[in-house]
Design a binder for this molecule. Structure first.
Ligand SMILES: *[C@@H]1O[C@H](CO)[C@@H](O)[C@H](O)[C@H]1NC(C)=O
Ligand SMILES: *[C@@H]1O[C@H](CO)[C@@H](O)[C@H](O)[C@H]1NC(C)=O
Ligand SMILES: *[C@@H]1O[C@H](CO)[C@@H](O)[C@H](O)[C@H]1NC(C)=O
Ligand SMILES: *[C@@H]1O[C@H](CO)[C@@H](O)[C@H](O)[C@H]1NC(C)=O
Ligand SMILES: *[C@@H]1O[C@H](CO)[C@@H](O)[C@H](O)[C@H]1NC(C)=O
Ligand SMILES: *[C@@H]1O[C@H](CO)[C@@H](O)[C@H](O)[C@H]1NC(C)=O
Ligand SMILES: *[C@@H]1O[C@H](CO)[C@@H](O)[C@H](O)[C@H]1NC(C)=O
Ligand SMILES: *[C@@H]1O[C@H](CO)[C@@H](O)[C@H](O)[C@H]1NC(C)=O
Ligand SMILES: *[C@@H]1O[C@H](CO)[C@@H](O)[C@H](O)[C@H]1NC(C)=O
Ligand SMILES: *[C@@H]1O[C@H](CO)[C@@H](O)[C@H](O)[C@H]1NC(C)=O
Ligand SMILES: *[C@@H]1O[C@H](CO)[C@@H](O)[C@H](O)[C@H]1NC(C)=O
Ligand SMILES: CC(=O)N[C@H]1CO[C@H](CO)[C@@H](O)[C@@H]1O
Length: 273
């Protein structure tokens, strides 16, 4: 079924750049890279793809597909976040967004991990455009974005983006939370020690950053407009950049594709909010 969905996506959309639309492909990428279980519990099932788009100093936009390579320059600023779905249950719900590095200072010797790169709460979308819910923070972020900066002597680090549904707005960090101390963080422990709120992990993705990689695997997209949901096949989503989609030609997730994603989610009973 997911195979026919991506075939449909391919048939309908001129390809702009890779964007994850297949939660099964994301899941297998999370597993093969060991993000599951290093960061995410083994029983995790993504309920929807999350869209993470970085904008560099030149205003070029770099959408993350699971396992993409990004550079230090591409990731200097906090990315935008969106949920790809058209389910009305998502509207107005608050989400906690986190980015963590389980590979600090190096993947083989990660005694500084997890490193907290970003923690923001009350990310809400009240509107969507053809299945793309752009998330806006309604509260002050719990910790500022710390841009990836793996040492030149280190192999690539994984950076994991997590999207948790909150059961209500307003997240009070535990008293021992120190936003200035990004080392030796543990997102699971954090989630479990917040009082008065509870969290359900619904979406996740990850990317690699290496100090020695100055090009990455993602082709830049044009800088117009807000985050743009585009689709491509899972095959190229896990590979390198989209189909030569440099600059113009970004395409909104079409209504038909949005509906087919809804159909898949509904058919699998995957979204039980
Ligand atoms: C911005 O573009 C210039 C010229 O193409 C390039 O040299 C520079 O590396 C780019 N900077 C970033 C942050 O991509
Ligand atoms: C990790 O261990 C090294 C020594 O092996 C030490 O220099 C470094 O400070 C440790 N880092 C953290 C964050 O504990
Ligand atoms: C969606 O809502 C946000 C924040 O409320 C707003 O900035 C944005 O323009 C809205 N987008 C659309 C397409 O209405
Ligand atoms: C949302 O995050 C941005 C960037 O971190 C911050 O400047 C802004 O104050 C936050 N919004 C609110 C409502 O706190
Ligand atoms: C990255 O480049 C530096 C300097 O050229 C080199 O010392 C280091 O071994 C390289 N790291 C990796 C992981 O290739
Ligand atoms: C928070 O962490 C920073 C960096 O490790 C440290 O300098 C500071 O003393 C810590 N603050 C508290 C209250 O522990
Ligand atoms: C940061 O916080 C963690 C978890 O509370 C703690 O293990 C670690 O020692 C702290 N690091 C610093 C530098 O304070
Ligand atoms: C984080 O804490 C959980 C339990 O809350 C534990 O299972 C996991 O091993 C910890 N991860 C790290 C990297 O310490
Ligand atoms: C959210 O979950 C927490 C922890 O389970 C609970 O204390 C709180 O009452 C819940 N809030 C709402 C609005 O249901
Ligand atoms: C989380 O919050 C929801 C909604 O308030 C509630 O139904 C559920 O029991 C809570 N779960 C836990 C583990 O506290
Ligand atoms: C990312 O870079 C690694 C080398 O660090 C390479 O093996 C891998 O194929 C690259 N991934 C993509 C999607 O290009
Ligand atoms: C497929 C579908 O229902 N798409 C809708 C998603 O939501 C936007 C905004 O509410 C509508 O314009 C689309 O028609």
């Amino acid at each position: 079924m997911l195979g026919s969905l991506s075939a449909l996506a391919l048939a309908l959309l001129p390809l702009a750049y890779a964007q994850d639309i297949d939660t099964n492909a994301v899941l297998s990428s999370l597993k093969s890279s060991k993000v599951i279980p290093d960061v995410i519990p083994a029983n995790f099932t993504p309920r929807f793809p999350i869209e993470v788009v970085f904008t560099d100093k030149n205003n070029s936009r770099f959408p993350v597909t699971a396992g993409a390579n990004l550079t230090i320059e591409q990731t200097v600023s906090l990315p935008s976040f969106a949920i790809l779905s058209n389910l009305t249950q998502i509207i107005g719900k608050p989400y906690l967004m986190a980015i963590i590095d389980p590979d600090a200072p190096t993947p083989a010797k990660n005694n500084g991990s997890q490193t907290l790169q970003f923690l923001g709460t009350d990310y809400i979308s009240n509107n969507n455009t053809n299945g793309e819910f752009i998330l806006f923070n309604q509260s002050k972020d719990l910790s500022d974005y710390v841009a990836p900066s793996p040492a030149a002597s280190s192999p690539p680090h994984r950076f994991v983006v997590l999207c948790y549904l909150q059961n209500s707005t307003g997240v009070e960090a535990p008293s021992n939370f120190n936003a200035s101390n990004s080392s030796n963080f543990n997102i699971s422990t954090f989630i479990n020690t917040v009082e008065g709120n509870n969290f359900t992990l619904l979406g996740a993705t990850f990317f690699f950053v290496s100090a020695n990689d100055t090009t990455g695997s993602v082709a830049p997209n044009s800088s117009d407009g807000g985050p743009v949901a585009t689709a491509t096949s899972p095959a190229s989503a896990s590979g390198s950049a989209g189909a030569g989609g440099n600059g113009s030609g970004a395409v909104k997730l079409s209504t038909a594709v949005a509906w087919s994603i809804v159909a898949v989610l509904t058919a699998t009973g995957a979204l039980l909010l």
